[in-house]
Ligand binder design. Structure first.
Ligand SMILES: Cc1cc2nc3c(=O)[nH]c(=O)nc-3n(C[C@H](O)[C@H](O)[C@H](O)COP(=O)(O)OP(=O)(O)OC[C@H]3O[C@@H](n4cnc5c(N)ncnc54)[C@H](O)[C@@H]3O)c2cc1C
Length: 313
């Protein structure tokens, strides 16, 4: 697949760019074909340069990080894929500032080791801090937006801006980054005083719970496939999509090498060589069954990424 835009000019501008890099190793679902162009940004400066170069040459681009919320087309992607891995961290006075490519788990541990509370419920969520802010990731009634103080973004007009919590318009699995096309370079999070031992005790309990519910680490998946349904009288204000899916027998569904995890009806696992199309068909079947039985339309929490076309995020 070939993108529009001035690809050779972009290649000349980004010296570290690779052609045809396979994307599946960079995802937890282990699905994803070659990127026409691929570059890693291990500093925020490199991220800015890559995004601006893609914009100025008219080449579609896609920014990813931990790849834990993505299902990427096995036919590959045209355009430029930028993987953000910059991970600097500065901590002071109950505040941690870090780059978006930092692993969320590294941040969770850093805060807990300092006895700073606020992110302990996110223990065990894979992916990066930037990806977490993008989708307002969280668990057990808490989300990263609850403690986000500010961020530095690159706007579609190529300006760098510092934005406060309001900008993000956080709600359940949503931030304004999903609408704006802004790229998050770094973020500042504000914690509360806590107790290191108690935080670790809680985190270990959460990790044990997750180990029970989720597939083992070597089973490729993207976590919960569908969003829960917002419902005020349910625990944490959400009706678990997994409960509805379980009631319609989703745990027995499988298409090709894509199957629903036998212990958790809202997780699709890749049994080895699952195709992008199989995963989408399976997800559509799951949604259809819930729609028919309960009249509720499930919405993907994961993001499908196929042929970049003219859309750039
Ligand atoms: C086993 C498992 C368990 C999970 N459990 C949970 C859970 O309990 N709660 C939960 O909320 N999620 C959970 N997830 C989903 C996933 O871990 C989160 O959504 C995570 O925050 C995604 O981060 P990432 O770096 O992997 O993002 P990616 O998958 O790389 O990207 C996701 C989206 O974020 C965008 N993005 C990434 N970085 C940036 C940036 N710097 N600027 C702008 N956009 C950016 C990408 O363009 C993409 O659209 C789970 C996933 C797995 C595999």
């Amino acid at each position: 697949m070939r993108a529009g835009g001035r690809v050779s000019e972009l290649k000349a501008r980004l010296r570290a760019v690779r052609e045809g890099a396979l994307l599946y190793p960079f995802t937890t679902m282990k699905v994803g074909g070659p990127a026409e162009l691929y570059v890693e940004a291990d500093t925020s400066q490199k991220l800015v340069e890559a995004v601006i170069a893609a914009r100025e040459t008219g080449v579609p681009y896609f920014v990813m990080a931990g790849g834990s919320n993505l299902v990427i087309d096995d036919a590959g992607l045209s355009g430029l894929v930028i993987r953000y891995t910059a991970s600097n961290l500065v901590a002071d006075n109950l505040t941690i500032g870090c780059e978006g490519g930092l692993e969320l788990w590294a941040l969770v541990q850093e805060a807990a080791n300092r006895g700073w509370a606020g992110l302990e419920n996110s223990a065990g969520i894979p992916g990066s801090v930037g990806g977490a802010v993008f989708g307002n990731a969280g668990a057990f009634g808490h989300s990263i937006g609850d403690i986000t103080e500010s961020g530095i973004i690159l706007t579609p007009a190529n300006s760098l801006e510092t934005v406060g919590n309001d900008y993000f318009r956080f709600r359940y699995r949503h931030s304004y980054l999903k609408e704006s096309g802004d790229i998050l370079l770094s973020v500042k999070l504000k914690f509360k005083p806590g107790n290191k031992e108690e935080l670790w005790k809680k985190m270990k309990e959460i990790l044990a719970l997750r180990a029970e519910k989720h597939p083992p680490h070597d089973w490729p998946c993207a976590g919960s496939f569908f969003k829960n349904i917002e419902k005020a009288d349910e625990p944490y204000g959400k009706l678990a999509a997994g409960i509805l899916l379980d009631k319609v027998g989703a745990k027995n569904l499988r298409i090709g090498q894509a199957g629903v995890y036998f212990k958790h009806a809202n997780i699709i696992v890749n049994h080895g060589g699952a195709r992008f199309a199989d995963i989408r068909r399976l997800a559509n079947l799951m949604r259809q069954k819930v729609q028919e039985e309960f009249g509720i339309t499930l919405e993907e929490e994961i993001r499908y990424v196929d042929g970049l076309g003219s859309r750039s995020v």
